[in-house]
Design a protein around this ligand. Structure first.
Ligand code: 3PY
Length: 264
């Protein structure tokens, strides 16, 4: 099993550009990030600094989120956001360019919250068009777009694996096949999905897996989820990717649970 450290939620006591090296020092070879810039189209020097931080640390960027808006303010993606289509199109080009430079091939496109003033159907229509564009935009580098059910934001409409799979089906019907489910076991469990059944039905096709325990979204072992069992079964059923560590650290050493789990 191989892990990738989500450096947007872990190691946050360090400046962002120091986190890849900290992940490497903690024993990891791969990291993932939510969109690490303030704008959809950051300055070249900011992209260069980000890529340099990864190179200098000697870690692989295994996953990157498209710009999802102002996450601390509650935004959860631009994909279905009517009025920001041009910005999202520009973001796709930047994401693909970062993928080309770093070897990253998995790109998480958060769907976006429901917004007042537009019919949900119109937001869903835009989402499919934007996801088609995103998939086409990263196809040239062999990239895959990931679609993730998320918890904690009532306005985010993709709550269960099936919600995301329905959208993935619509995108695939429109052409691109390089889009897959991001199964975050924490989000799915908190939303009341039957994670065990999702694994049985879809594990081989997961585009990526992320974990945190629930309640709390902290390290495995701090809550009630059978994460190890779910991970083992996911691999048994044919998943070959990494497991993203996307939890909030509840202790000074965010990775201490791994040593405990290995000796258990
Ligand atoms: O917003 C979140 O909680 C996410 O997991 C984004 O990838």
């Amino acid at each position: 099993m191989s892990y990738t450290v989500n450096c947007s939620i872990l190691l946050t006591d360090l400046p962002l550009l120091e986190r890849p090296a900290a992940a490497k020092a903690a024993g990891f070879d791969a990291v993932e990030f939510w969109w690490p810039f303030a704008e959809s189209v950051p300055a070249d020097r900011d992209v260069d600094a980000f890529v340099r931080a990864l190179d200098d640390a000697g870690v692989q960027l295994s996953g990157l989120n498209f710009n999802a808006g102002d996450m601390p303010a509650g935004d959860r993606g631009l994909v279905s956001w009517i009025g920001r289509e041009d910005e999202f199109a520009q973001n796709i080009a930047v994401v693909a360019a970062i993928g080309e430079r770093t070897g990253c091939r998995a790109f998480n496109a958060l769907y976006g919250n429901r917004r007042d003033g537009h019919r949900p159907e119109a937001q869903d229509e835009l989402a499919v068009a934007n996801l088609v564009a995103a998939a086409e935009g990263v196809a040239g580098i062999g990239g895959t777009v990931l679609l993730e059910p998320v918890s904690g934001t009532e306005a985010y409409p993709l709550k269960t694996a099936q919600d995301a799979l329905d959208v993935i089906g619509a995108v695939r019907a429109a052409g691109p096949q390089n889009i897959a489910l991001l199964a975050d076991f924490y989000h799915l469990a908190v939303n009341g999905d039957d994670v065990g059944a999702v694994i049985e039905a879809h594990a081989a096709g997961f585009g990526h897996v992320q974990i945190a325990d629930a309640p709390g979204r902290n390290e495995p072992g701090t809550g009630e989820l059978p994460l190890q069992r779910w991970i083992d079964r996911t691999y048994e059923l044919g998943y070959t990717g990494r497991i993203g560590l996307e939890y909030k650290a509840s202790q000074p050493d965010p990775f201490a649970w791994l040593a405990r789990a290995a000796s258990a």
